[in-house]
Design a protein around this ligand. Structure first.
Ligand code: AMP
Ligand code: GLY
Length: 426
């Protein structure tokens, strides 16, 4: 079959890598793709926000299946439009994508269906939000309701900071996303993520992972899209994964079906674990980036077949096989990230770095210029490795990084520290 993959990051390179190995695939297109994806797929400069243009491309090129990587097209309703045109897709409809597109929607659903999460208030004007804040303990979390590329969250330690965050949202710091504001209870604990394929009624767990959101070693400095990740996540024991499925993910799937907007695609539950209790922080309606880069290294089954079973509503009779190995990915970012990253610097040494059969280097923001490979984004490379333990995967990833010649970039030196500390005590 012919497949069109939408997106341009490391997540999409990882997807392209596993999909291109599927015996079901005839031809892979990617819009817009990047310098790494272009080795595996035909990259096409389609304007993804123009759904008519995407439909036309699919019809002209006999595309049988469209896989959407990022959240923006999902929340914009690309799946609704492609489905109406008779094109099969992997991803939720616009109504179901509200689970990521509106934090108030998700909080409301959790409270209506007893899904464990923190308490919250939802506001459309600053005075009401500030009045609510006054009665809440600190720290407190202020969020723009809509999509803000991970930037719309402030954890305020003081009331003036909380009020300033409310004002920033309502004064347009996040555009339309901040026209409504959610104020929520700060949940302490250890963060982890669980990914599940959902076909409208059945949820099939993929795996758990942890990422490192802060830019600096020791989890310090500003938040980023993610500086590295690993799987499995030691805090997510088999029992904790089971509880997450039973108490959080399956009730959500049932609630969405009951409300007439069944969820199809991948549900990514961002969790906080404390005293052996999982609570939902947020949902995403797409694979994690860079979490997907580690999941594909552990997956034995054909992912394309699994994504098709999801779209066809056939997960009930589907099974997924995993390698027992751990996997870890280190993000190499361009100097300046997460502020203004320096673009256009040259990267060398990737072929040598990727020689170890247990290492894959996914491109997150690169472009080719003749024979040269150039940085073209904030997060640029995801150096990913497999190992018997997280520690072994980490050693392989950093050994590969040592061979990469890129003075224009940097990475954290401690990805996986929490898991490795746990492995040492076992
Ligand atoms: P989000 O964009 O919702 O993923 O939030 C970004 C990060 O802020 C999360 O990964 C958490 O580390 C943190 N965060 C968000 N909401 C909460 C909360 N209610 N309690 C504690 N930390 C939170
Ligand atoms: N790594 C965080 C995310 O994909 O949202």
């Amino acid at each position: 079959m012919n497949v069109l993959l939408i997106g341009s990051g490391g997540r999409e390179h990882a997807l392209a890598w596993v999909i291109s190995a599927s015996p079901l695939l005839s031809k892979l297109y990617c819009a817009p793709g990047n310098g790494g994806i272009s080795e595996l797929a035909e990259c096409i400069p389609l304007p993804v926000a123009d759904h008519e243009a995407v439909i036309r491309f699919c019809k002209e090129n006999n595309v049988d299946f469209v896989i959407i990587g990022p959240e923006v097209p999902l929340v914009a309703g690309i799946v609704d439009d492609l489905s109406t045109a008779g094109i099969k897709c992997f991803g939720p409809t616009k109504a179901a994508a509200q689970l990521e597109g509106s934090k108030a929607f998700t909080k409301g659903l959790c409270h209506a269906f007893n899904i464990p999460t923190g308490t919250y208030g939802h506001f459309t004007d600053p005075d009401a939000a500030k009045a609510y804040l006054a009665g809440q303990p600190l720290p407190i979390v202020i969020k723009a309701d809509g999509l803000a590329a991970g930037k719309g969250v402030v954890i305020a330690e003081t009331r003036p900071d909380a009020e300033a965050a409310v004002d920033a949202c309502f004064s347009g710091a996040f555009g339309k996303a901040g026209e409504e504001v959610v104020v929520e209870e700060f949940l302490p604990g250890e963060e982890a993520s669980v990914f599940a394929l959902v076909d409208g009624t059945t949820a099939l767990v993929l795996a758990a992972a942890q990422d490192h959101k802060r830019v600096g070693d020791g989890d310090t400095g500003p938040n980023t899209g993610g500086m590295g990740a690993y799987s499995p996540a030691p805090v997510m024991t088999a029992e904790m994964v089971q509880r997450t499925m039973d108490e959080i993910i399956r009730p959500t799937v049932a609630a969405m079906a009951k409300r007439g907007s069944p969820f199809k695609g991948v549900l990514y539950a961002g969790l906080m674990i404390k005293d052996n209790e999982p609570k939902l922080i947020e949902y995403n309606v797409r694979f994690g980036d860079p979490e997907m880069q580690v999941l594909v290294m552990r997956l034995k089954s054909d992912l394309l077949e699994a994504l098709l079973a999801t779209a066809d509503g056939k997960l009930e009779i589907f099974d997924l096989q995993w390698h027992n190995d751990a996997a870890l990915t280190v993000v190499m970012a361009a100097n300046g990230y997460p502020g203004t990253p320096q673009k256009g610097t040259q990267i060398k040494g990737l072929a040598e770095a990727a020689q170890d059969a247990n290492v894959e280097i996914f491109h997150a923001g690169t472009k080719r210029d003749g024979d040269r490979l150039l940085a073209n984004g904030g997060r640029v490379l995801n150096v990913t490795a497999r190992g018997k333990t997280v520690a072994e995967a980490q050693a392989r990833a950093y050994a590969a990084i040592a061979k990469i010649d890129w003075p224009g970039g940097f990475c954290r030196k401690d990805i996986g520290w929490r898991a490795i500390a746990r492995e040492k005590t076992v």
